[in-house]
Design a protein around this ligand. Structure first.
Ligand code: SF4
Length: 326
């Protein structure tokens, strides 16, 4: 009783420009995710038990109050709860109805993006959301992460079977729902830089092909991996003396998948969540200018932003000859 009488705040709230659209991003505090992906520390930040719906509604009210003066200018609303926002056990239907009712104040809304796992997507749930939102585009954001089944299912412990995922992409295509898929750049503890780059490119190519096959619109959300504190994967990273991916490699993946014509947004923030090995900023040849160019690319998709940088394609042999500097 004492715990549920507390006032909770979202895990994260902020605004950004996502592919040119002004986006309000909210990750609600809710009951912790039942999955145990090896690289994710988020369930440790969430509530151990079910959270009463009023506690979630209070977070919704609080969130909209924070941006009351600019609600009408947001063009995208991206919501999650570190698991699935359409998991009825953790985010009841009453809360979704309330959220999308409050979102009616966002008069410029074009995109409603819901972070979820594939198992929660059903025709009934998508139909229901379509009826509740006035956004032009309904998007679901899924952490598929990598097309390498061993890496995804064994190393990352994602529990997302390829067949299940493809069936959901087909359903999304049939229903006119857009897919945003997270793709991890260099998630394997033993991966060389070049293996990480190649794997991310293969994953983006795979997603582009499947989405094209089923007529599903696709956005790639590329995440250069950082070592999240206290996770099982952090131990494996330490054991194998893992080096975080370089910022230059992010540009290489973007450049090499350009011909696929799939928009790419790169997540550049580790939210102070890194372990000792850190993220791309630990490298001695880290260039903040490249990070700034990627930030601008996130807004504009303008490839000319990368022209000032001399980003040579490196092969594995060169990587061995030039170890990453920490
Ligand atoms: S990555 Fe998502 S599904 Fe996996 S444990 Fe974290 S919140 Fe849960």
């Amino acid at each position: 009783m004492e715990r549920t009488s507390k006032v909770f705040r979202p895990i994260y709230i902020g605004k950004r420009t996502f592919l040119g659209l002004k986006d309000l991003v909210i990750a609600f505090y809710a009951q912790k995710c039942p999955f145990q992906c090896s690289y994710c520390s988020l369930p440790t930040k969430s509530h151990p038990d079910p959270l009463p719906v009023n506690q979630i509604k209070q977070q919704i009210d609080w969130s909209f109050e924070q941006y009351a003066d600019e609600l009408s200018s947001f063009q995208q609303l991206s919501v999650g709860n570190e698991g699935s926002i359409i998991d009825r056990e953790r985010f009841p239907k009453e809360a979704i109805v309330y959220l999308l009712d409050r979102a009616q104040a966002m008069s410029s809304l074009k995109v409603l993006s819901l972070e979820t796992r594939p198992e929660y997507i059903s025709p009934a749930t998508m139909e229901e959301i379509f009826h509740l939102t006035h956004a032009d585009i309904l998007d679901v954001t899924i952490g598929f992460e990598t097309q390498d089944d061993h890496l995804r299912e064994v190393i990352l412990n994602k529990s997302i079977r390829r067949k299940t995922f493809e069936a959901k992409i087909k359903l999304l295509g049939e229903m006119g729902v857009r897919l945003t898929s997270y793709v991890l750049l260099k998630p394997g503890p033993t991966m060389t830089e070049q293996e990480g780059i190649k794997e991310a490119i293969l994953t983006i190519e795979y997603l582009a092909e499947i989405c094209q096959k089923f007529g599903t619109d696709l956005i790639i959300y590329l995440n250069p991996v950082y070592v999240a504190k206290g996770t099982p994967l952090a131990k494996a990273f330490s054991l194998h003396q893992y080096k975080p991916v370089r910022i230059q490699s992010v540009v290489q993946v973007i450049a090499e998948t350009r011909d696929l014509n799939v928009p790419i947004y790169t997540g550049l923030w580790s939210e102070n969540n890194t372990d000792g090995y850190g993220d791309y900023t630990v490298h001695k040849d880290y260039q903040p200018e490249i990070r700034n160019a990627i930030k601008q690319f996130n807004k504009t998709q303008n490839f000319d932003l990368f022209q000032p940088f001399d980003l040579i394609e490196l092969d594995d042999r060169q990587y061995q000859a030039q170890p990453i500097l920490l």
